[in-house]
Design a protein around this ligand. Structure first.
Ligand SMILES: Cc1cc2nc3c(=O)[nH]c(=O)nc-3n(C[C@H](O)[C@H](O)[C@H](O)COP(=O)(O)O)c2cc1C
Length: 316
């Protein structure tokens, strides 16, 4: 087990996952203030839009924050790298592309590099290139998923067997039981997306939060499999429309158009669940309340301690 709290200068081993074009200062700063690593997701936003969020977040917290750059998606890679350096962020999270050429640029400035991966092969490559932390994301997770569709439970041990750097587990974690399970597997911490949407500070539309609260084990669907773009979203009227188009043989370019960030914003920010989609992971079926981020983290830590102690007792 490796200590990511020391590496990142945070209190709890809990990271916020990047949240593309719906990122905001309120949730990011709340995560950092509560002792985790608040993360802004660059998505496809412009440098000006991202810089505004960085500045607003820095006004709300002096604690460490990170920027998630989805390498092959951003469209503004050079500018995003420059923003991380200019604002001397504590960490950068690199996903959706080859991080190797970027890692030395950040490491030279002492910025910690978290690489988001979905296979042992990707993890090994990231470690060789100098990643400080691997965030391994399983198929339970919200948003764009690997076409390998490997579940978190099986992914984490595979990655731990492949690399020596600390591994953070993402996908399916939303309470202390999930945190304890991942620590028991050998992960050094967790990264969450879905559970953080359903918090008081998250400025997303009430329809988004209510969909998570009401979700059961049929609450999410995978869209895009037919066009090679696996994405887990909440089962809303818009999700049904996407699935219908796929059944009718929609072309990949048309699917990409109707799952662009504009449609993500329509769902998540405007709550128009028949005109836009909302990312959501399988853990949504465990979401039963809207706590503050601090309440959520404190509850998770206490519950995880209890789970790990009772597991040890069973084995004693
Ligand atoms: C609304 C939303 C947007 C997301 N956007 C991104 C993104 O831009 N980049 C990325 O690497 N991951 C993104 N993810 C994935 C999260 O960063 C995180 O790894 C994932 O949600 C963890 O699984 P969970 O949803 O089961 O907690 C997104 C997740 C959500 C919920």
């Amino acid at each position: 087990m490796k200590n990511i709290t020391g590496i990142l200068g945070i209190q709890y081993p809990i990271l916020q996952g990047g949240m593309g074009n719906i990122s905001n200062a309120q949730l990011t700063s709340a995560v950092s203030e509560a002792g985790g690593l608040g993360t802004i997701g660059a998505g496809t936003m412009t440098a000006e839009e991202v810089e505004d969020i960085i500045l607003e977040t820095k006004n709300l917290t002096e604690k460490p924050i990170a920027l998630n750059i989805p390498i092959s998606v951003t469209g503004h890679l050079k500018e995003m790298v420059e923003l991380v350096l200019k604002h001397d962020l504590a960490a950068v999270s690199l996903s959706a592309g080859n991080p190797a050429p970027l890692i030395p640029v950040f490491k030279e400035k002492g910025i910690k590099v978290i690489c988001v991966v979905a296979s042992a092969k990707q993890a090994l490559k990231a470690e060789k290139a100098g990643a400080d932390i691997i965030a391994a994301e399983g198929y339970e997770a919200a948003g764009i998923n690997s076409s390998l569709e490997t579940t978190t439970l099986t992914l984490i041990p595979q990655i731990l067997d492949a690399v020596n750097v600390p591994v953070v587990a993402a996908g399916g974690i939303g309470d202390g039981r999930g945190l304890a399970a991942m620590l028991a597997l050998g992960a050094a911490g967790v990264q969450m997306g879905t559970r953080l949407i359903a918090t008081k500070e998250a400025p997303f539309h009430a329809n988004y939060k209510n969909t998570l609260l009401e979700a059961d084990d049929k609450g999410t669907v995978i869209v895009g499999r037919s066009v090679g773009r696996v994405r887990r979203i909440m089962k809303t009227p818009y999700a049904e429309t996407l699935l219908m188009h796929e059944r009718e043989g929609m072309k990949p370019e048309d699917f990409a158009r109707i799952t662009s960030e504009d449609f993500h914003r329509k769902g998540a920010l405007e709550g128009r669940l028949d005109e836009g989609f909302i990312n959501g992971g399988q853990v949504s079926s465990l979401v039963a309340d809207i706590p503050t981020v601090k309440e959520l983290f404190e509850r998770m830590i206490a519950e995880a301690k209890e789970c790990l102690a009772s597991g040890a007792e069973i084995l004693s």
